[in-house]
Design a protein around this ligand. Structure first.
Ligand code: GLC
Ligand code: MG
Length: 700
C-alpha cells in the first residue's frame, strides 16, 4: 500500500458520515471544526479513533477496514496534519512529550538559579585602576614633538605604544593647564585651557581619543588648593570685586613686616604676602605666585565642581587631587606651635619646625573630597566608565590621617590615597625595613580596601639614585608583586636616575629657595634612544633640563633589545601580575625578613600553584632558609630572577640564595595554605577562591 492510498483512505474515514457509530461521528465533527488547534481536540480525536478502531459497523464494513488499517500503519515523514494529529495524541507520544516539556521548564529554572548564584558568589571584577600599574607622565619631560625643548601632548601621542609594550593601562599626566609655569603647571591661570607650550585643546582631545582607542585611561591632575596669581579670579579678588573678594584668604597686615602669624610656605618663607592693590596680605601655602583659594566660600566650591565637570564631560577617567591636606586653614589664624618649644619664637621656622595644626587636615576637608567623589560617581554610571580618584597627602608618621582619605564604608572618598611610605626605603635599605614599611600600610588600611605603592614622582628624588642603581630591579619587583596598584614614574621602567644640576641651571622654585630641596634632578627628559637628546626632542639641542649622561645605555630602544634589561624585567613582571590570579588578588603573607631579605607569599584558595617572592635589599649575598614554613614544598621553581640566570631552575626551600639587590619570584604547588595558620599575619582585599572544575572565581 502506498502513501497516496493512505491519504485517500483517511479522507474517506473522515468524510463518510455513515461509516461509524454516532458518538464517533460527533467527535469527528468537532475534530473537523477545530482540526489541529488544541490539545483537547486532539484528545477527542484520539477517543474517536480508539472507538473507531474497536467498533465494527456492519453496514460499512469495507471502509471500516480501511480506517483500521490506516491506524495500524507506521507514521512517516511528510504525513499530513490530520494523520499527524491522530498519532501525536496517542498516549505513547503525548506522555513523553509532556515529560520533555516539564524537563525543559525545569532546566530553564535551574539555569536561571545557577546564573543568579554565580553572580551573587562572584567577587567583583578588578576595576581598571586596580588591574594595571599607574604610570605617571611629567609632560614637560616625556616627549617633545615640536622641537622647543619642552615635552608636549602630541609627544605623548607619539609614544602611546610604549604603554602597550609595558602592559600598562592607566596613565596620570601631570598638569598641562594654561600656566605662567612658576611651579611648572601647578600654578594654574586657566583651568579650562591647555597651555600653548603643551599644545591645544584639540591636541588634548586627540590624545584622549587615541588613548581610549587603545584601551588606555587618562588621569589628570586637579589642583584645587590654589591658582596662579595671574588667574582672573585673583585679579578680581585683589581689586575687591564684590563677587570675587573672598575667593582667596585675605587678612590685614603690616605692609613692611607682613606676618600676621608664623605660618610658613612649603617652599620656604612666610606664607603671607602683602598685596599693594588690595592693601592686605593673602595666604599662599606654596609660592607667593600661588594664592590659596578660600574653600569656605560656597562660590569657590561651586567653581571647582564646575571645573571637574568640564573635564569629566570631555571624558577623562580620573583625577589625582593635589595637595589636598592644605585645602582649608583655621579661620582664627593663630600661630602654629613649634616642634621645639625651647626655640625662641622670633626665629624664622622652616616647615619642619612647626606642627601644622592650623594649615593642614582641617575639619571639613573630607567633606569637600566626598562632594567631588559624588560628582565623579555621577559620571561613573555608564558601564566601563568608572572615574578614579587618588589623593596626594604626605602625612609622614601620621599614617592614620592618610587612611582617612579612603573614606568610610558608607561614604566614598578616594579609591586610594597615595602611599608614599616606600619612598623612605633608601633611608635604611634592609629586608626588615621594607617589611616594616609594607606592613605600615597593610595593617593600617581599612579592611577590604585596595593598597598602592609609590617609589617615585616629580616631587621626590628617584629612588634608584638614593637606594643605588643596583636596587632598581628589586624595587620594581617589589611593587609589581605586592598586592595593590603600583605607581611607576616615567623612566623607572628603564632605571633612570637623577641628573646633577648646576646651581646656575636650577629651574624649580623649590630648588631656587633651597638647592637640596630642588626637584629638577628627577624631572630630566625621558630617555627613548641613544640618539641626540635621548630621542626626547629631535630638533633642538637645548632641552628644558639636561638629559642624563647615561642615556646612551639607559634608554628604551637599547633595553628593548636586551632580554635581561630593567625594561624587559619590568615588562615580564607586569605581564606576570596580569596573568597570575594569586599576584592580582591573592593573599599576601610575609614569611621572612632579616637585614637583607624580605620574603612573602601570594596564594589563592583553590589554586594549586602559588608564589614565593624573595627580595634582597641588603648589602650582601645571602642564603635564606625557609624550611620552617611547613606550607612550602621542599623544592620551588624559579619563575624569574632579576640577576642573570634563567628561570626554570629548582631551588630547595632550605637554601634559597640571593645576591644583594636580587629579587626572585618562585612558584610552587601545595595543598596547604599559609594564610590559614592561626599565627599568620596575612592580608587580602577581597577574599576569592578558585573552583577548578568550572574555572570560576567565587567569594569565599
Ligand atoms: C603638588 C605637586 C607639586 C607642587 C605642589 C604645589 O603637591 O605635586 O609638584 O609643587 O602641588 O602646587
Ligand atoms: Mg589651602
Amino acid at each position: 500500500m502506498t502513501n497516496g492510498n493512505d491519504f485517500v483512505e483517511l479522507e474517506e474515514c473522515i468524510s463518510n458520515p455513515g461509516f461509524t457509530e454516532h458518538g464517533a461521528e460527533e467527535s469527528r465533527d468537532s475534530t473537523e471544526k477545530n482540526r489541529g488547534t488544541t490539545e483537547e481536540n486532539r484528545e477527542s480525536t484520539e477517543e474517536t479513533r480508539d472507538s473507531t478502531a474497536t467498533s465494527v459497523d456492519p453496514t460499512g464494513g469495507g471502509q471500516q477496514d480501511a480506517c483500521t488499517e490506516y491506524t495500524q500503519i507506521k507514521p512517516y515523514a511528510g504525513m499530513p496534519k490530520e494523520v499527524l494529529l491522530l498519532y501525536s495524541s496517542q498516549a505513547r507520544y503525548r506522555v513523553p512529550r509532556q515529560i520533555l516539556f516539564w524537563l525543559l521548564i525545569l532546566c530553564v529554572l535551574a539555569l536561571v538559579a545557577l546564573t543568579i548564584t554565580v553572580i551573587a558568589l562572584s567577587p567583583p571584577c578588578l576595576g581598571w585602576w586596580r588591574a594595571s600599574p599607574l604610570y605617571q607622565i611629567y609632560p614637560r619631560s616625556f616627549r617633545d614633538s615640536d622641537g622647543d625643548g619642552v615635552g608636549d601632548l602630541k609627544g605623548i601621542i607619539e609614544q602611546l605604544s610604549h604603554f602597550e609594550y609595558l602592559n600598562i593601562k592607566s596613565v596620570w599626566i601631570s598638569p598641562f593647564y594654561r600656566s605662567p609655569m612658576r611651579d611648572f603647571g601647578y600654578d594654574v591661570e586657566d583651568f579650562r585651557e591647555v597651555d600653548p607650550v603643551f599644545g591645544t585643546m584639540q591636541d588634548f582631545e586627540e590624545l584622549l581619543a587615541q588613548m581610549h582607542n587603545r584601551g588606555l585611561k587618562l588621569i589628570m591632575d586637579f589642583i584645587p588648593n590654589h591658582t596662579s596669581d595671574r588667574h582672573r579670579w585673583f585679579n578680581l579678588s585683589r581689586s575687591r570685586d564684590e563677587h570675587y573678594k573672598d575667593y582667596y584668604l585675605w587678612t590685614d597686615c603690616n605692609a613692611t613686616a607682613p606676618r600676621p602669624n608664623n605660618w610658613v610656605s612649603v617652599f620656604g618663607n612666610s606664607s603671607w604676602t602683602y598685596d599693594e592693590v588690595r592693601g592686605q596680605c593673602y595666604l599662599h601655602q606654596f609660592l607667593k605666585e600661588q594664592p590659596d583659594l578660600n574653600f569656605r566660600n560656597p562660590h569657590v566650591r561651586r567653581e571647582m565642581i564646575d571645573i571637574l565637570r568640564f573635564w569629566l564631560e570631555k571624558g577623562v577617567d580620573g583625577f589625582r587631587m593635589a595637595a589636598v591636606k592644605r585645602l582649608l586653614e583655621a579661620s582664627h589664624l593663630r600661630s602654629e606651635p613649634l616642634t621645639d618649644p625651647s626655640k625662641p619664637p622670633e626665629a624664622f621656622p622652616s616647615q619642619w619646625e612647626l606642627h601644622h595644626d592650623y594649615t593642614t587636615s582641617q575639619l571639613g576637608l573630607h567633606q569637600l573630597l566626598q562632594e567631588w567623589r559624588a560628582e565623579m560617581d555621577v559620571y561613573s554610571r555608564e558601564p566601563g566608565r568608572y572615574r578614579f580618584m587618588v589623593t596626594e597627602s604626605y602625612d609622614h608618621e601620621e599614617v592614620d590621617k592618610t587612611m582617612m582619605y579612603y573614606g568610610s564604608p558608607l561614604v566614598k572618598e578616594s579609591d586610594f590615597p597615595f602611599n608614599f611610605y616606600l619612598l623612605d626605603l633608601p633611608r635604611n635599605p634592609s629586608g626588615l625595613w621594607v617589611q616594616h614599611l609594607v606592613l605600615l600600610w597593610m595593617s593600617n588600611m581599612p579592611a577590604g580596601r585596595w593598597p598602592n605603592w609609590v617609589v617615585g614622582n616629580h616631587d621626590n628624588g628617584r629612588i634608584a639614585s638614593s637606594a643605588g642603581r643596583g636596587y632598581t630591579r628589586v624595587i620594581n619587583m617589589l611593587i609589581l608583586t605586592l598586592p595593590g596598584t603600583p605607581t611607576t614614574y616615567y623612566g623607572e621602567e628603564i632605571g633612570m636616575e637623577n641628573i646633577n644640576i648646576p646651581h646656575s641651571q636650577i629651574q624649580d622654585p623649590a630648588g631656587k629657595y633651597n638647592p637640596s630641596a630642588g626637584r629638577d634632578p628627577q624631572r630630566s627628559p625621558m630617555q627613548w634612544t641613544g640618539d641626540m637628546n635621548a630621542g626626547f626632542s629631535n630638533v633642538t639641542n637645548a632641552t628644558w633640563l639636561p638629559v642624563h649622561p647615561d642615556y646612551s645605555s639607559v634608554n628604551v630602544e637599547t633595553q628593548k633589545a636586551d632580554s635581561g634589561s630593567v625594561l624587559a624585567q619590568y615588562r615580564l613582571l607586569s605581564r606576570l601580575r596580569q596573568s597570575e590570579l594569586p599576584l592580582q588578588r591573592g593573599w599576601f603573607c610575609p614569611v621572612h625578613a632579616d637585614t637583607n631579605v624580605f620574603s612573602f607569599l601570594r596564594e589563592l584558595d583553590g589554586l594549586d600553584h602559588a608564589f614565593l617572592v624573595l627580595l634582597n635589599f641588603g648589602k650582601e649575598a645571602t642564603v635564606t632558609d625557609l624550611s620552617a614554613v611547613a606550607e612550602l614544598p621542599d623544592w620551588l621553581t624559579v619563575v624569574m630572577t632579576t640577576a642573570s640566570g634563567a628561570g626554570g631552575r629548582r631551588l630547595p626551600k632550605a637554601s634559597l640564595p640571593s645576591e644583594a639587590g636580587e629579587g626572585l619570584v618562585l612558584q610552587y604547588s601545595s595543598g596547604r595554605r599559609y594564610h590559614a595558620r592561626p599565627d599568620a599575619r596575612c592580608f587580602v582585599s577581597e577574599k576569592a577562591c578558585y573552583l577548578r572544575v568550572v574555572n570560576l572565581l567565587y567569594k569565599c
